[in-house]
Design a protein around this ligand. Structure first.
Ligand code: LLP
Length: 419
């Protein structure tokens, strides 16, 4: 469910025609819908309404734009952050420090210190070494860090290998077989209140079964830890719920996910936390682009060259991901095309032999489901600038991230005088 649709033959974001935004801001530009974000937030919260006071911590990495974070803060969300940069953003958006969880496999000492300085609610510790460092740091400050131990349950999440995080060979968390021993060691350290466990097995999950398997392993671990005398009050179940990138994809609904969570965590008697990213932001954004030109290939379908590229939306190049591609003003004709960007590598291909609306030079088009892992993964490759971002709210809209021109990036570079 989203708010990007045709009105009188022109695609709108809520009540704003996309050509209006393209004229004013230029292309490519990401466009987010506030109503869609709010709806997704509400559906997710409703799905968890059977739980006792869960913390929903938006995975900032999926869309760190301040306006997006503000919308979610107003929906009562906290934040799951994985860097000092994300932590500062979450606070700037008004998220309560206590509603912030700090995940990430390589938190630096400076980042651990920042988390303590800001009084965040929870550190998700990913290794024995990190736990020791945090405990020592907090003790030296006369403080007690609130923490949970991230465990790696060795479950195949059945998703793209680059976004699978819960298999034994992945770098995340402490292997389940060592979790009891590491937990016991860390729980005994001054400076840290180790109060539970965390998991996150992967992203864009289209099947609940691996999650339920992983949760069952966590349930067993909690029982073992309690039997060993530990007090377990918090469990963080991560994110990962998939979204439909294409019509034939049918991910579990938040309601089905919520029902499974209730079933799997029955009797745990802990405060649960969740770290959804994509399911909140994915379909709340599109990437608006303009066709530069259409060119005939040597054989096969023509190339529709758009002004967006892999530096603006990396997912197709990185993961072979599918994003629906539609004309902003479809004329009823269809074509089969290779949709490509201007960057000088063949990987800068959004879609091959895609059946889509017929397009000519100058037409506007959108890549859908670009609200998560879109702008946030942009780079300046080929000395292209950083794309602008816009948020729409009914018939209002605003630029929520300026385009950063290639020249501004160049301005940050220096040629030493010895050259
Ligand atoms: N929590 C942790 C610890 C994570 O590592 C992630 C995502 C999330 C929560 C949020 O997961 P979500 O609910 O969004 O699935 N760039 C990739 C996705 C990478 C996900 C990394 N971790 C993509 O474009 O598909």
């Amino acid at each position: 469910m989203d708010h990007f649709y045709l009105v009188d033959g022109v695609m709108h974001a809520e009540s704003v025609p996309l050509p209006t935004i393209a004229e004013a801001v230029g292309t490519p530009v990401y466009v987010y819908s506030r109503a869609t974000l709010e709806r997704h937030a509400q559906v997710f919260k409703a799905a968890l309404s059977g739980l006792d006071n869960p913390l929903v911590a938006f995975a900032v990495k999926s869309n760190p734009n301040l306006a997006v974070l503000k919308v979610l803060q107003q929906q009562g969300f906290g934040a799951d952050v994985v860097s000092g940069g994300e932590l500062v953003r979450a606070l700037a958006a008004g998220m309560a420090p206590n509603d912030i969880v700090f995940s990430g496999v390589g938190k630096t000492r400076a980042e651990l210190e920042l988390g303590l300085d800001k009084g965040i609610g929870q550190f998700n510790i990913e290794s024995r070494e990190e736990g020791q460092e945090l405990a020592a740091l907090a003790a030296s400050r006369g403080e007690i860090a609130q923490a949970v131990l991230r465990v790696n349950p060795d479950v195949d999440a059945k998703t793209h290998e680059k976004i699978s995080t819960g298999k034994a060979e992945n770098k995340f968390g402490v292997p389940l077989i060592r979790a009891r021993e590491v937990y016991a060691e860390l729980a005994g350290l001054p400076g840290m209140n180790l109060r539970g466990v965390a998991i996150h097995i992967g992203s864009q999950l289209l099947d609940l079964e691996p999650l339920e398997t992983a949760f069952a392993k966590v349930g067993k671990l909690i029982a073992d830890l309690r039997a060993a005398g530990h007090t377990i009050t918090h469990v963080d179940l991560g994110g990962g719920l998939g979204v439909p990138y294409r019509a034939d994809e049918n991910p579990p609904s938040p309601a089905e996910y919520g029902a499974m969570v209730e079933r799997a965590t029955k009797g745990w008697d802990v405060r649960l936390a969740f770290e959804p990213g994509r399911v909140i932001a994915g379909n709340a954004g599109i990437l608006l682009t303009r066709v530069v030109r259409v060119k005939r290939g040597g054989n096969g379908a023509p190339f529709v060259i758009v002004d967006a590229a892999m530096n603006d939306l990396a997912r197709p190049a990185l993961y072979g991901a599918w994003h629906d591609f539609e004309a902003v003003q479809p004329n009823g004709q269809r074509m089969t095309a290779n949709i490509v960007g201007p960057i000088c590598e063949t990987g800068d291909t959004f879609a091959k032999d895609r059946e889509c609306d017929a397009l000519v030079s100058g037409d506007l088009a959108v890549f859908r489901t670009a609200g998560a892992y879109g702008a946030t993964m942009a780079s300046s490759y080929n000395s292209r600038g950083f794309v602008a971002e816009v948020m729409v709210d009914g018939d209002k809209w605003a630029v929520v991230a300026d385009r950063i021109a290639a020249s501004a990036i160049m301005d940050a570079e220096r040629v030493p005088d010895w050259l």
